[in-house]
Design a protein around this ligand. Structure first.
Ligand code: MLT
Length: 253
């Protein structure tokens, strides 16, 4: 039986961009960049273009014609001055982004996407599209799940989402995966969360929303009054999209 490779990296600082070359990389920034990008694509955005810097996004918007694009994203968790939207998934409705070009820049999420630029495929992963992402990568010979983290630090929210993917890949694949230690650790944390949900007669999404309150990203969002985002980001399989960042055109569809 041919073993395929499944790695988790808890932050971009823990894996060289060159090590991801040729792989299928699932980038996760659960709170909130990748959840929000999934929401934008599910809401019918024509394309989502990630930018590293605010100045890059503003310059590209000016070039495209400011009224032709929606500018979204955050710094310090809040909407950026001159931008149309912040980084809450609920802002990206069909009415607002349907058929529109969305330019987005976030503190860590768009940076993690950039770190994966040498991959063969870059898939935007979250909890809201867990099963669709798993189905889209499960036949790949090698999958690297790249967590965005925060400011170079590992974050528990990304670890939990990565663990959910490892768990689901392990339970659906007919072939064996050769996993790294981080993948096994993430999976153990996710399985503990599911066990805690069962013990408390809660749905895993409900348990996740509770546990997100005590994560680095969760605490940051609570501090600026964005509690509802935790619930939105915790809804398992709310969306059936697996957005991909085209490494040639640098556009997400
Ligand atoms: C990030 O990219 O760091 C996150 O999107 C932060 C946030 O959503 O506030």
């Amino acid at each position: 039986m041919k073993e395929r490779i499944l790695n988790v990296h808890f932050s971009p600082g823990l894996v060289e961009a060159a090590e991801l070359a040729g792989s299928t990389v699932v980038v996760i920034d659960l709170l909130r960049a990748t959840t929000t990008i999934c929401q934008a694509v599910a809401a019918g955005a024509g394309e989502v273009v990630p930018f590293l810097e605010v100045s890059d996004a503003l310059a590209a918007a000016a070039e495209a014609g400011r009224s032709n694009v929606i500018l979204g994203g955050e710094r310090g968790g809040s909407r950026i001055e001159g931008f149309d939207l912040g980084n809450s998934p609920s802002e990206y409705t069909p009415e607002v982004v349907g058929g529109r070009r969305v330019f987005i820049t976030t503190t860590n999420g768009t940076r993690a996407l950039d770190h994966a630029r040498r991959a063969r495929r870059i898939v935007v992963g979250a909890i809201v599209n867990l099963s669709t992402v798993v189905a889209s990568v499960r036949h790949e010979p090698r999958v690297d799940i790249l967590c965005a983290g925060t400011g170079g630090n590992t974050t528990h929210e990304d670890l939990l989402a990565a663990g959910a993917m490892v768990h689901q890949l392990g339970s659906t694949a007919t072939e064996r995966w050769q996993t790294n230690e981080a993948a096994r650790e993430a999976c153990r944390h996710w399985e503990s969360l599911v066990a805690a949900a069962n013990a408390a007669s809660r749905q895993p999404s409900e348990q996740l929303a509770i546990e997100l309150r005590d994560t680095l990203g969760g605490r940051n969002l609570l501090a600026i009054g964005l509690e509802d985002d935790l619930v939105d980001c915790a809804q398992i399989d709310r969306l059936d999209v697996a957005p991909e960042l085209d490494v040639q055109t640098w556009r997400i569809h």
